[in-house]
Design a protein. Structure first.
Length: 445
């Protein structure tokens, strides 16, 4: 089969994967979107109760809007949707228009070249990609593709509580027992923690979101004790940019978390690097590397996410050794140096890999960097689709202005200095009425 007759496989039917399909169609290329979940935007549904701090105007991809326009769809009005509202009002209708081009309950188990493992160079670029998939029943199959756009995100790979990047001793067992979780609790889940001792581990937007929600529970449910654990030795820029943040909702997130601390609803503990999680029935004890101990009935671990690179193991990648992001992009998104608003415009050139025709886009393109805006991903996939269609001029024209966070000194510092470091931090935070987050439009992921 001639490669040009093959589809472009897009991994993931989230905001960036669906947008990639729309741009490919507009360019005359046939997309095939493979989604592990049973519904479109399954990862977004996982934090559907969280309100994004990007407005609707920044959450709709232009090519997708044009495709939807043919059905009479109209862009939602101004406002800040929750994840579920984003999915219901835009992502699900977009997936419906794409129809059979989106396959659900289809997990990508591996990607390679036909007849070529990672070691073989001869004739490699002349062979199509081979994508191995597993369906809901566990049946395996494979298909071929002219190119692969990996928009699988990072939601399925949360970072552990262990300060060394590995699960703390006992962490897995506590998670299996249901007394430790790695997702922001829903309002119902937070309410169920009323009257208990709850520890939140993490310093990003997910942690801020959880702290705000649990703080409200502590306000009304007597006996509720909320402890917020930071690995860093000082509070630093944990509360974000406040009113200096150009995304008002993001700034408000930090202000509301600070208000919960100032009101005594949440206690902060700094310099606590988790080494072990001891469990006695439903009671937990988090043990720090310095020997300190924190007792709790529930633990919420929100320490960020990382990309799943396992199914790309037979492909040739050029990733930054620290962030696991494309090397050409890594320096721009390093949270020690930049805010998400200080990232230079980028597209296909920065996202391409040594394996011709392979692109990492969306949250996955940022590797372990914590903050990503949906409109960044929309511009990424526009550029990649143009490149695959042979329009090199359009691929190179990447124009995007991102809002500044108003924070310096990124969230990844071991011990954040009292004075901000040059650059800008990703943990932005100014004004809202409900819990917010970011990882996509961002969610605290």
């Amino acid at each position: 089969m001639v490669q040009d007759e093959l589809p472009v496989v897009v991994v993931g039917a989230g905001p960036q994967g669906l947008a990639a399909a729309a741009h490919l169609l507009e360019r005359g290329l046939e997309p095939l979107v493979l989604e592990a979940g049973e519904v479109p935007a399954a990862a977004v549904r996982g934090w559907g109760h969280v309100r994004l701090f990007s407005p609707w105007t920044e959450l709709v991809d232009p090519a997708s809007a044009r495709l939807l326009g043919s059905t009479g769809w109209q862009a939602p009005p101004e406002g800040y949707p929750t994840g579920d509202e984003w999915a219901d009002g835009y992502l699900a209708p977009l997936a419906d228009v794409l129809g059979a081009r989106v396959r659900y309950s289809t997990r990508v188990a591996g990607v390679s070249r036909r007849g070529r493992d990672r070691l073989v160079s001869a004739g490699r670029a002349d062979q199509p990609f081979v994508v191995h998939v597993v369906d809901a029943a566990g049946a395996e199959s494979r298909l071929e593709a002219r190119a692969v756009i990996d928009a699988s995100g990072t939601w399925g790979s949360p970072n552990p509580a262990g300060a060394d990047g590995l699960p703390a001793l006992g962490e897995r067992a506590a998670a299996q027992a249901g007394v430790l979780g790695h997702r922001p609790p829903t309002p119902a889940e937070a309410a169920a923690m009323g009257g208990r001792r709850v520890v939140v581990v993490g310093s990003g937007h997910s942690a801020l979101t959880a702290v705000i929600g649990l703080g409200e529970v502590a306000r009304t449910a007597s006996g509720t004790e909320v402890t917020w654990v930071l690995r860093r030795g000082v509070v630093g820029d944990t509360f974000g940019g406040g009113r200096a943040d150009e995304l008002a909702q993001r700034g408000q997130l930090g202000l509301r978390a600070k208000a919960a601390v100032d009101a005594g609803l949440v206690r902060m503990v700094t310099g606590f690097r988790v080494e072990a999680v001891d469990r006695d029935g439903d009671t937990l004890t988090l043990v720090a590397e310095d020997g300190r101990r924190l007792a709790a009935d529930r633990a919420v671990v929100l320490t960020g996410f990382r990309p799943d690179l396992s199914f790309l193991s037979e492909l040739r990648l050029d990733l930054d050794p620290v962030l696991q992001a494309p090397r050409a992009l890594a320096a721009e998104v390093d949270p020690n140096l930049h805010s998400c608003g200080s990232v230079s415009p980028h597209g296909a050139a920065e996202l391409a890999q040594p394996e011709p025709g392979l692109y990492l886009v969306g949250m996955k393109s940022y590797g372990r960097a914590p903050t990503f805006l949906a409109m960044t991903g929309f511009e990424q996939v526009r550029s990649v689709a143009a490149k695959l269609a042979g329009d090199h001029g359009a691929a190179a024209r990447v124009e995007l202005r991102l809002p500044e966070t108003g924070v310096c000194g990124g969230s990844g510092l071991f011990d954040a200095p009292e004075q901000p470091a040059p650059g800008g931090g990703c943990c932005g935070s100014p004004a809202s009425t409900g819990p917010e987050l970011v990882t996509l439009g961002a969610p605290g992921a």
